[in-house]
Design a protein around this ligand. Structure first.
Ligand code: ZN
Length: 642
């Protein structure tokens, strides 16, 4: 399936588009240049100046600091696609020039090793992220080239990738390594698609094929460099941590560091698509099923434990000690989107939607200035402060991290969201996401314009207007979300019986489309009590409220403290009202709930008698993604039901 690029014009997402352009990109540029007061310095641009010999100084920051500059450039590229901005483009061009000046004669480009000693490059792939940084720079270059047509950064990364190809490969004199943090694999596919140079596809495939072979490459390089570690103790994280425990085609369970995992799975889908490797695709399907049916939070977040920022085991989904990195939810969107490219199945679109509307955008404050790295589903601020097991969980979003992977990652995804709405395959245009937008696609030489309008996710009414010269036969696929049981579709006011045309949760309407045709989709949204598989220990007896794609939570600011003492009676009605002035305008859900009476438990810590006395409590649920944009306090997604 080919992706279509759409220009977003949407009640919900245009705000994010504007935030990325007006707040996040300028803020991150200031952060990269160390111009944000009271936030950790980034030093990322200075590292490039020092590497270019234009400034004296030491390397500062994480070993992968270069990737922040790359992710910023990638976000800038997508933003320029939506909103041309000569000033911003000039700034980006200047940074690209600087990157070019830091590049070595042989193509090598990584400020940590350029500054600290090139003799040590490629000696610690497990920990030092050279290939990861290269990957992000490649992604930035392809995006910048696709949008601006400028080749400079593309030429820089091609030279770098050519250099990498001289270092790694099956030939005897080359290293048999692969990245400690996957990323370059999916980037090389993009570079292959942009340049048509098959070297890059082969290199991506090589990195995937080497992973999981024995002996473990990261032991070999460790011996070779004198058994040193960049991060003491890191080595104890065995091969599962970086998904090197098995050859990729034999993997069935999502294990280890969750961002590494989903970046790799996304690349596996890409390589399978480009090479027709069925065995590789089968592994992708198995890994997908393991995540989606056993290891994913209801918010689309993944990564249950802080230890190793990793998956743990099936159904282990604690809400408060969770990791759920924003980048991992973003990676799941990448994985889902690529699975959709292979086979348009609604479940991929459903998960993409779930992650986007919940676990991804929860990572950013509504003003675009603060970010979560960890996205808990249950928070007690005192526990975050005093219980060491929750040290990683922050009760409020932070300004900028010393390890700043998530903020620029969320920026690049939001700025490129127009690439995720549609796909075209076999004479059918598939609509994966309901987001207001305009787009144009050529079907056998005839230009077809689509204008989508909707108030999604606040209601499920969507219209799509077709614009073309004359008429054209093609299919229009409309994803019927898994949460919707009563979808209706009409064309020019005439309702269509979709039951007979649904294939894998897409209603496919094939006809001779005329200019001015209007499709209306009605996906009725009702607040629903969602329950977990009982093997999810943390959620037994509890429900989460979901309305359309949006998952809800209770916050202390609306419901008072001790959220665990609140209960939602089984027969309580869930009432939806749109509140324009709250949290930039959201559907709020209220219910007549109850609270355990304090006198019922008295002073005892333990008691033989169950709590029986409850007092009425008005429960107010707000969208999870928008939590803690007011006063900090407790929050929970799962609430007791009785
Ligand atoms: Zn991150």
């Amino acid at each position: 399936m080919n992706r279509l690029k759409a220009k977003i014009n949407d009640v919900f997402w245009s705000k994010y588009d504007a935030l990325v352009r007006d707040v996040v990109i300028p803020y991150q540029r200031d952060a990269l240049n160390d111009n944000v007061a009271d936030a950790d310095p980034s030093h990322a641009i200075r590292n490039f100046r020092i590497a270019a010999g234009e400034e004296e100084g030491e390397f500062y920051g994480m070993v992968f600091q270069d990737s922040d500059v790359a992710k910023w450039l990638e976000a800038v590229a997508y933003s320029l696609e939506n909103h041309p901005d000569p000033e911003l483009e000039k700034e980006a061009d200047e940074i690209i020039d600087l990157i070019g000046r830091a590049q070595q004669e042989d193509g090598y480009l990584n400020t940590y090793y350029i500054i600290n000693g090139l003799e040590n490059r490629w000696t610690n792939l497990k920990e030092c992220h050279e290939l990861y940084c290269a990957g992000h720079m490649i992604e930035a270059a392809v995006a910048y080239y696709n949008v601006t047509g400028k080749r400079k950064l593309l030429d820089i990364v091609c030279k770098f990738a050519d250099h990498i190809d001289t270092v790694f490969g099956p030939e005897e004199d080359k290293l048999k390594g692969y990245p400690g943090h996957q990323e370059i694999e999916l980037a090389l596919i993009k570079l292959f698609r942009a340049t048509k140079n098959k070297t890059y596809l082969d290199l991506a495939k090589y990195f995937l094929d080497e992973r999981g072979k024995r002996p473990y490459y990261f032991d070999i390089e460790w011996e070779k460099r004198g058994k040193t570690e960049h991060w003491p103790g890191h080595r104890r994280r065995g091969p599962e941590y970086d998904q090197s425990h098995l050859p990729v085609r034999e993997q069935s369970q999502a294990v280890g560091h969750s961002v590494r995992a989903v970046y790799m799975y996304a690349a596996m889908v890409d390589v399978a698509m480009e090479t027709g490797d069925e065995k590789l695709l089968e592994a992708c399907r198995r890994l997908w099923n393991n995540i989606v049916y056993k290891r994913m939070y209801i918010t689309g977040a993944i990564g249950s434990q802080a230890h190793g920022e990793a998956f743990s085991f099936d159904y282990d989904l604690p809400n408060d000690t969770v990791y759920a990195e924003t980048c991992a939810a973003i990676g799941l969107v990448f994985f889902a989107n690529r699975m959709l490219e292979v086979e348009p199945k609604g479940e991929y679109g459903d998960v993409m939607e779930r992650a986007l509307y919940n676990g991804v955008i929860s990572g950013m404050s509504l003003d675009g200035k603060r970010f979560f790295y960890v996205n808990p589903l249950e928070v007690n601020p005192e526990a975050c402060a005093k219980n060491g097991n929750m040290e990683h969980v922050k009760p409020v979003r932070q300004k900028w991290f010393a390890c700043a992977c998530c903020p620029p990652n969320i920026a690049r995804l939001l700025a490129s969201l127009g690439h995720y709405i549609y796909g075209v395959k076999d004479n059918t245009i598939y609509t994966h996401l309901y987001i207001g937008n305009n787009t144009e696609v050529e079907m056998d030489g005839i230009k077809v314009g689509l204008t989508q309008k909707t108030n999604y996710p606040w209601n499920g009414k969507v219209s799509i207007d077709i614009n073309l010269d004359g008429s054209k036969d093609f299919g229009l696929g409309l994803r019927i979300p898994g949460w919707c049981s009563d979808a209706k579709v009409s064309v020019n006011g005439q309702q269509i019986d979709i039951a007979g045309v649904i294939v894998d949760s897409y209603a496919i309407i094939t006809r001779s489309w005329q200019d001015g045709d209007r499709i209306e989709v009605d996906l009725p949204m009702e607040p629903v009590r969602m329950r977990s598989n009982p093997l999810v220990r943390a959620n037994v007896g509890r429900v989460a409220i979901q309305n359309g794609p949006i998952v809800y939570c209770l916050e202390e600011v609306d419901n008072g403290p001790n959220l665990q003492t609140l209960v939602l009676p089984k027969d309580a009605a869930l009432v939806v009202s749109f509140q324009e002035d709250l949290l930039d305008g959201v559907n709020v859900i209220t219910a007549k709930g109850e609270r355990v009476k304090e006198e019922d438990w008295g002073k005892e810590l333990y008691m033989a008698n169950p709590c029986t006395q409850y007092e009425p409590a008005d429960l107010t649920f707000v969208p999870y993604y928008a939590w803690v944009n007011r006063e900090p306090g407790e929050m929970t997604v799962w609430v007791w039901e009785k």
